[in-house]
Design a protein around this ligand. Structure first.
Ligand code: AMW
Length: 157
């Protein structure tokens, strides 16, 4: 039987938000995307830091990120990609479970290209505050996220 929830650090990701899985990893849509198509790829095993990944996990994560990146870029009619890992709290990691951010990029999406990193952190700060006040989702509903994941399931991989 398929699992109902996937562990993402302390968070439970409903299967409807997960659009690709292997035995080792899963890919899911973001609660607070910085740009359209901002998704996350994560090992199923709860691993905090990149150095804790096995070689098999490392290869699987990047194999998925590589393929998904190309497909998401085309799906969202983008022309570049930002791949990013915040590895440890001082690097901006807010969820202690390794994840690769994939962000399709378009011309003019940010005034300065690298502003996207500030935006990722800003979105995470907002999310953190929202979750601290009330453990409910205030922004994207599970239904909206499921629709996005459904689309990817149909068109990607
Ligand atoms: W990190 O600061 O740890 O590099 O990034 C955490 C990412 O996880 C952010 O992009 C944030 O929006 C996302 N996120 C946090 N909680 C959830 C959740 N419950 N469902 C989907 N995405 C989440």
């Amino acid at each position: 039987m398929a699992v109902e929830y996937y562990d993402f650090g302390p968070h439970k990701i409903h299967h409807s938000s997960v659009f690709h899985t292997t035995d080792i990893s899963f890919a899911f849509v973001n609660l607070r995307p910085a740009v359209q198509g901002h998704v996350l790829v994560c090992p199923k095993r709860k691993v905090k830091r990149v150095a804790d990944l096995t070689d098999v996990e490392t290869i699987d994560l990047w194999r998925i990120a590589k393929k998904l990146g190309r497909q998401l870029e085309s799906f969202h009619k983008a022309s570049s990609l930002t791949f990013c890992i915040q590895d440890g709290p001082q690097a901006g990691q807010t969820v202690p479970h390794v994840h690769i951010h994939i962000l399709p990029r378009k011309s003019g999406d940010y005034e300065n290209n690298d502003d996207i990193y500030d935006d990722i952190n800003e979105k995470e700060k907002e999310l953190h505050q929202a979750l601290a006040v009330d453990n409910e989702r205030k922004d994207r509903s599970i239904e909206v996220m499921a629709i996005e994941a459904d689309e990817y399931r149909k068109f990607l991989f």
